[in-house]
Design a protein around this ligand. Structure first.
Ligand code: ADP
Ligand code: ASP
Ligand code: MG
Length: 402
């Protein structure tokens, strides 16, 4: 059972989470809880680090950020004791969560979990601090990237052969962010492949890596509310007979577009640029290239947190490519339509572009996958674009079987 930051934001909420864990235990289950840092603690710690140092050392960043989850976890254990049950909290490394050595976006390699299993065998509720692990290569504490407790939860479920419940401040996965689209509809189920595209394009209700882990290990995720008992959304293998053309609209305001002009137009240039950027652990999204009079211009988007790494990686290519100019655009965002049925239904892109045009919104960049269409647009237009697309594709209504 995973509880996000807003679910443990204050002492009352921590007691509520303890109650839910104890209820599950009293239903006869063996219970493992994992929690995120309280409320906006992680944002606060990131801000503090930047106040102390303009470019904080990444190892120390992870030492700092991992404390947030440790605090929440210990407090939940205390609240469980007060309810008359035994509980024991573990840091990621005590729980045997072994990752690679990439600070701030480490990937879980293996969960040993001996102490977690021993605690369960002793009849205790085991609590694991989310979002963290340790690297056996460096013996250092690592963190898993923003929203990483979702990944902790799925990996624990896979390692323990357990069901995975992810509790949050929303009662499930919706056809759009319910904060932006009030009539967004809760989806009873969503396939792994659609959820992967949703998470990758900004629906932060489930972290992308957690969905990858769930798909790879066949873990069904039940995404549901911390504050009610209503049934949430099941993320599971899709049914090929029931594929809505469009399932959801997502958005992201976290993208920065780099434009490189005056780079040579010869084979291998793109490979060199993107090899260098990938070596800096940056995940590049939309890419476009134009060639005018033998000179290439290339634009690509990266997540905001990867901007410093991208800048220094690009500077590193200037020795091979000569001088070129680098521009950054921080004023764009992305809206995306996701639907497995899109694969076999033409016309979705046309209708999306028409809807945006009717809303007087310019398209800056477009990218597609077989089940997703994404458009980069002015960030200020994102809420309007999301609402108008949700309306145009009638996502508030249950899809009708064809
Ligand atoms: P937690 O702190 O529990 O991990 P997050 O803040 O990471 O929760 O994720 C939940 C938030 O995700 C919701 O408050 C909601 O605003 C946002 N969200 C974005 N897209 C969606 C969507 N399609 N369905 C549900 N929630 C969404
Ligand atoms: N506390 C971390 C974050 O804010 C991890 C998480 O919430 O899952 O990103
Ligand atoms: Mg989250």
């Amino acid at each position: 059972m995973k509880f996000g930051g807003s679910s443990v934001a204050d002492p009352d909420k921590i007691r509520n989470v303890a109650r839910r864990l104890v209820d599950a235990k009293q239903r006869g289950l063996r219970v493992v809880g994992t929690v995120s840092a309280m409320g906006k603690t992680t944002d606060g710690l990131i801000d503090l680090a930047h106040q102390v140092s303009p470019t904080p050392n990444v190892r120390e960043f992870d030492m700092l950020l991992s404390t947030g989850e440790r605090i929440a976890c210990a407090l939940v254990a205390m609240a469980i004791h007060d309810l008359g049950q035994e509980a024991v909290s573990f840091t990621g490394s005590q729980a045997g969560i072994i990752t690679d050595a990439v600070h701030m976006k480490a990937k879980i390699r293996e969960i040993r979990g001996d102490r977690v299993k021993a605690a369960l065998d002793e009849g205790k509720i085991a609590l694991v601090a989310g979002f963290q692990g340790f690297s056996r290569d460096t013996m250092d504490v690592t963190t898993l990237g923003r929203g990483g407790t979702d990944a902790t939860a799925v990996a624990l479920a896979a390692a323990l052969g357990a069901a995975c419940e992810i509790y949050s401040d929303v009662p499930g996965v919706f056809t759009a962010d319910p904060r932006i689209v009030p009539n967004a509809r809760k989806l009873p189920t969503i396939s792994y492949e659609e959820m992967l595209e949703m998470s990758a394009s900004g629906a932060k209700v489930l972290m992308l890596r957690s969905v990858e882990l769930a798909r790879n290990h066949g873990v069904r995720i039940h995404a549901r509310s911390t504050f009610s008992d209503e049934e949430g959304t099941w993320v599971q293998e899709g049914d090929p007979m029931e594929q809505p053309i469009v399932s959801a609209v997502t958005h992201s305001e976290n993208d920065v577009v780099f434009t490189l002009s005056g780079i040579p137009d010869r084979p291998g240039v793109a490979a060199l640029i993107f090899d260098t950027v990938a070596s800096a652990q940056v995940n590049v999204d939309t890419i476009i290239q134009n060639v005018v009079h033998g000179q290439a211009e290339m634009s690509f988007s990266v997540p905001l947190e990867d901007v410093p790494a991208t800048r220094s990686a690009l500077d590193g290519t200037k020795g091979d490519l000569g001088e070129f100019t680098i521009e950054e655009n921080h004023e764009l965002g992305k809206v995306s339509l996701i639907g497995a049925g899109m694969r076999s239904h033409p016309g979705v892109a046309a209708k999306m572009f028409r809807t945006l045009a009717d809303s007087e919104i310019n398209l800056e960049m477009i990218s597609t996958s077989p089940i997703k269409i994404s458009c980069m647009i002015a960030r200020t237009e994102i809420p309007k674009a999301v609402r108008n697309l949700h309306d145009a594709f009638e996502l508030e209504n249950e899809p009708v079987a064809e």
